[in-house]
Design a protein around this ligand. Structure first.
Ligand code: ADE
Length: 260
């Protein structure tokens, strides 16, 4: 898989591509990348890349021509082009999985108030947002997406780790513990020390359901809709409902102010 990142600040994604697991994936030639500085495609001597919007309004927009030329330079017409923007569709694990199957991806990182609509109309396949908040740079959002995508590519990390993590089953991940058995008076749940595989699996599913009900009930609805919730899980939900406070007792209204 090759990532082409079009940006005014290549040093932001570069740090990511040159570090840790990504650096190893690049070394192993599982991943390739190309950081394209949009400013190199500006035509005036000041290398201008922005201007004020027609119709007025605050801030500046990225000029279409340098972006257009940068897109041509990476032959973006043959590739899937993603514009990272807070006004895009939500980035999800499902979309990360879909994008991880592409051979090449082009990311356009916006700055200022965004980019000229004609670039979106002419080039962009997907406008994607990483969440309902506004960052000062598309580079950080693109890096988040690239991170979620590349780790799904075969050979980057073990498939076992991928299977067990949050969202792979449509639920949030269960809590994990390591040594010591007692830390500051807090004990590792007994069942995890029992060696009883079936009970451990049940406990983990129950904890996943309780946490998902507390933090992301929408994911439970979605799992039901797609038929991913087993009868066992449905029975556990019945038992858990009303006990959601176990997950985050200090935040639960029933406990608020009654702790002392
Ligand atoms: N650029 C600025 N904020 C963003 C967001 N939330 N998602 C994607 N790109 C962005």
């Amino acid at each position: 898989m090759k990532f082409h990142v079009l940006t005014l600040f290549p040093e932001i994604p570069r740090a990511f591509f040159e570090s840790s697991i990504m650096a190893k994936a690049v070394e192993k030639e599982i991943i390739a990348y190309d950081l394209v500085n949009i400013r190199d495609f500006a035509f005036d001597k000041h290398k201008t890349c922005d201007d004020s919007p027609y119709g007025g309004g605050a801030g500046m927009l990225m000029l279409p021509e340098p972006l257009d030329r940068a897109l041509e330079s990476v032959k973006a017409y043959k590739k899937r082009v993603i514009y990272v923007t807070p006004s895009g569709k939500p980035f999800t694990q499902k979309l990360a999985r879909e994008l991880s199957k592409e051979e090449e991806l082009v990311f356009i990182c916006g700055r200022y108030e965004g980019i000229d609509q004609r670039i979106i109309d002419a080039w962009v396949d997907d406008e994607v947002s990483i969440g309902d908040y506004v960052l000062s740079s598309g580079e950080v959002a693109a890096t988040v997406m690239i991170d979620a995508i590349y780790r799904l590519i075969e050979g980057v990390i073990s498939s076992e780790s991928l299977e067990e993590e949050s969202f792979s089953t449509g639920l949030l991940e269960y809590p994990q513990y390591t040594r010591p058995e007692v830390y500051k008076g807090m004990k590792v749940p007994e069942v995890l020390l029992s060696g009883h595989h079936e009970n451990i699996q049940k406990w983990r599913l129950e904890r996943q359901l309780a946490k998902t009900l507390a933090y992301r009930p929408d994911l439970i609805d979605e799992a039901r809709r797609t038929g991913e919730l087993s009868l066992e899980a449905e029975k556990m939900i019945e038992t858990i409902t009303g006990q959601v406070s176990k997950v985050c007792p200090r935040k639960h209204p029933r406990y608020r102010g009654k702790e002392k």
